[in-house]
Design a protein around this ligand. Sequence first.
Ligand code: LMR
Length: 338
Amino acid sequence: MNRREILKGSTALAAAAAAGIKPASAQAPIVIKLSHVVAIDAPKGKASEKFKELAEKYTNGKAKIEVYPNSSLYKDKEELEALQLGAVQLLAPSTAKFGPLGFTEFDALDLPFIFHDGAAFKKFATSDLSKQMFTKLETKGVKGLAYWDNGFHVMAANRQIRNVKDFQGLKLRIQGSKVLDATTKAWGAIPQVMAFSEVYQALQTGVVDGLENVPSNIWTQKFFEVVKYIAVSHHAHLSYAVVANKKYWEALPADVRPGLEKAMAEASDYFASIAQQENDEALEAIKKTGKVQVYPLTSEERRSWLQAVLPVHKEMENRIGKDVIDALYKIVDFRPDA
Ligand code: LMR
């Protein structure tokens, strides 16, 4: 999609509002489009619906939230362009999608094995570093509203991967982050950047042999139908940043924005309360289908994955900034042997 096509997807109201123009009639609700790429019943899909419900309630109907799930409006890369152009007002992309826009600090969150548990991610999400990253987004018209923690990645593939040698020649779908590219190569696999909405077919037709993701996405996108093995590796983390078009958000009327902020805070709590459980349940549901062999890694196997990709941390210093990586290490108490 080019710039003109992206803009064509916007309503006149959204485009006008992005330019700071209020609706002519005081009765007309402000329409806010929220676009995302996952299923309605994935944690992000559910939290988006929760935001809609609460936002409409807290603004007494002055705001109407239109949620566009499952890449139905825009795919990954397009949605960020659309947000900057004002064709959509809210998104909740994974932080891995910000690097390609020039926000390379966010790539730090994809460093392999950087978070050893959910508490470590929470420390980041409430740190000054996370705020600085949001401030950086504002330089390109994007306003960060919340970080959402969607848990740890597993590795789904059409072959069993236990030791690093098993990655050799495997075509792995990755998100756009350069860290993921380097990590995949360090394992000896072949990275292929691809939009989330294209993954099922790519797995089905053998364009790729596997992908890393969280169980709730593997379940709700039915990727389990087109892979044979899942290594419960928890080698990386899936974090989201809920973001708005800055100009639009800041121009919202005083009787609307506080209601949206309250709704966002509560939708974020709701997301935090369901994500882990949904991932656990999804993994169980996948096992129950009997279609996929789900296996944990031994600590020795996991260590072999870790050792192969630790050099990526150093390799990425130039791109991410050594200061950012060092700050993150400190915040999350990074212990590569853990
Ligand atoms: C992906 O593109 O792999 C996922 O991050 C999609 C999502 O938003 O969970």
